[in-house]
Ligand binder design. Structure first.
Ligand code: GRF
Length: 200
């Protein structure tokens, strides 16, 4: 299965996908797309000889409509948002309907929505005094963090002393769950039953 990974920063989830032995013979990352020209994730992509593309409004970037063409030419079957911060236009989302997934560092539908990214999420979880947190992989629809949930994984945070500690625990889960969902996708195991998404 040919996939495109969209990133804006560190790229640790990209690295987890690239290093997953379960995915080795199942997927090919055809390109890594970012709204930032110099992010750590691009360095990771370059070290694996993967094509990088920048999308946005600046003259040296391509537009989302050009990106649709490019991803189609590359025969992209799945788009994985792994820390991509730019809002994706509705036209792009409807073109790739049911083919875009996102990983979020909390248990949706709580702690999601506009502004809920990076450490902001873990600060909100910490301040709420929640006893568990976790990660969610979901389909992407036209608004932030509201698409159907594909998979979740949770961790006890009863004893944490800072949002950073929550982030660290959740990131470990992310690196496990994202390759698992991609594998299920590649194997055709993700289905809709009774208006719910299940992994069969
Ligand atoms: C992750 O926490 C992910 O859940 C969120 O953005 C972060 C990206 O981290 N959407 P990285 O760039 O993969 O290290």
């Amino acid at each position: 299965m040919k996939i495109a990974v969209f990133v804006s920063g560190r790229g640790s989830n990209l690295k987890a996908i690239l290093d997953s032995s379960d995915l080795k013979n199942l997927i090919e990352i055809v390109c890594v797309v970012s709204d930032k020209t110099d992010c750590q994730a691009f360095q990771i992509a370059a070290s694996y000889n993967i094509k990088t593309i920048t999308v946005g409004n600046k003259e040296y970037m391509i537009s989302f409509s050009e990106l649709i063409k490019l991803l189609t030419e590359l025969k992209t079957e799945l788009i994985v948002l792994a820390g991509f911060l730019k809002l994706i236009p509705a036209e792009f989302i409807s073109f790739f309907e049911s083919k875009i997934i996102n990983i979020h560092p909390a248990l949706l539908p709580s702690f999601g929505g506009k502004g809920m990214y990076g450490l902001n999420v873990h600060k909100a979880v910490f301040d709420s005094s929640a006893k568990v947190s976790g990660t969610t992989v979901h389909f992407v629809d036209a608004s932030y963090d509201t698409g159907k949930i594909i998979s979740q994984s949770c961790v006890n945070i009863n004893d944490v002393n800072s949002p950073e500690e929550i982030a660290e625990r959740v990131l470990k889960l992310e690196h496990k769950i994202l390759p698992e969902v991609i594998k299920a996708f590649a194997e055709g195991k993700i289905k809709k039953v009774n208006n719910r998404v299940i992994i069969s």
